[in-house]
Write a new protein. Structure first.
Length: 360
């Protein structure tokens, strides 16, 4: 009888070998589509960039905002030494079946879409941050980045601009300077969220060796952002010098990051500063407090090849499937030669992250 029961158990195990594990769901699923889709070789196409920022436009379209970027033909994962390069900004208008690159200049000789005058004698370019689209107008923030040398990291954040841009032809309607950094040292302009009568925007400031998280909000006035307030302890203030960091279990923030709303929760996603690790945290209100901090992914590309680094993970929640949302992060190399001999060394990577995993 015992032998018969033993054989019965073996038969069941053979027929249903995975029955005990069928409910297991991996929190991360790697994506092999978006890198190829967004960076297609050809004259006039962006073939490598960092930034990987996106703004939803309609249910079927988004605007991807790139920082420094390469263009031109690519063959066998290599690009020519004369391939066009933009220091500044460019867009990709992305639909279900197309990703159209938008720059100034010509397809053969593209230039930065938006430019600024030199600041205090320093050569200055505009790097994109975040924004939103309302009534055919793109509201978007740009950091004015000033270069003080020719090294990879010889630059500093000088100031911040808020642009209103026509979605018809991407021409600038008007431009405004916001002196947050000059006044309080806070880098605002990230992760814009429309909620009720307000538009929220997040920022960071370095203190005690950690990059802390801050919050401001606007009200729309005549189609423009106005009535600016800053979160201060447990209330709002119009004085940026009184802004206080958001509380809770917040990671050491990367310079660029994402905060977005999902159902009744606010989700923070950031790569930890100078780290391979990507974290999430959640809150019940835009200002926190933040809790349920989780390590969700460790980027394998950092150190995979000599000089490779990863940074600035960003969420793209307008892309969702199977209760997961899309995440992208920048891949770069400190070895300049690799930018030409290995195109993938300067292209973001993507994965799908499970909502239930980060919310529970």
């Amino acid at each position: 009888m015992r032998t018969m029961k033993k054989y019965q158990f073996l038969i069941v195990a053979l027929l249903f070998p995975l029955s005990g594990f069928a409910q297991k769901r991996e929190p991360v699923v790697l994506d092999n589509y978006f890198q190829q889709f967004l960076f297609r070789p050809g004259i006039g196409n962006v073939t490598g960039a960092d930034g990987v920022i996106s703004i939803p436009i309609t249910e079927d379209s988004s605007l991807f905002l790139w920082g420094d970027s390469f263009y031109g033909e690519v063959e066998n994962n290599t690009r020519g030494e004369l391939s066009p390069f933009i220091s500044g900004n460019a867009f990709s208008l992305v639909t279900k079946n197309d990703a159209r690159t938008i720059t100034a200049g010509t397809p053969e000789a593209p230039t930065s879409l938006y430019t600024t005058a030199d600041k205090d004698g320093y050569r200055t370019v505009m790097w994109p941050e975040h924004g939103f689209v309302r009534d055919g107008v793109l509201h978007v923030f740009f950091a004015d980045i000033a270069a003080f040398g020719h090294g990879t990291f010889d630059f500093f954040w000088h100031s911040l601009d808020y642009l209103r841009v026509s979605m018809d032809d991407f021409s600038v309607i008007d431009s405004h300077n916001f002196p947050w950094k000059e006044l309080a040292g806070i880098h605002f302009g990230f992760s814009c969220i429309e909620a009720g009568d307000y538009v929220y925007s997040y920022g960071t400031r370095m203190a005690e060796g950690k990059n802390r998280l801050y919050l401001c909000r606007f009200k729309m006035t005549d189609g423009c952002l106005g009535n600016l307030e800053f979160w201060s302890y447990d209330k709002w203030t119009t004085d940026p010098m009184l802004a206080t960091r958001l509380t809770g279990n917040v990671p050491n923030m990367c310079e660029q990051f994402s905060v977005f709303r999902h159902n009744d929760k606010y989700i923070l996603l950031t790569q930890e500063r100078e780290s391979k690790d990507i974290y999430t945290a959640i809150a019940d209100a835009p200002h926190g407090p933040w809790y349920n901090k989780k390590l969700v992914y460790t980027t394998p590309e950092s150190g995979m090849k000599q000089g490779w680094i990863t940074y600035n993970a960003m969420a793209h929640p307008q892309y969702a499937k199977d209760n997961r949302f899309l995440v992208g992060y920048c891949v770069n190399t400190l070895d300049i030669k690799q930018l030409y001999t290995d195109v993938s060394s300067y292209q973001p990577r993507f994965f799908w992250l499970d909502y239930d995993y980060i919310l529970k």
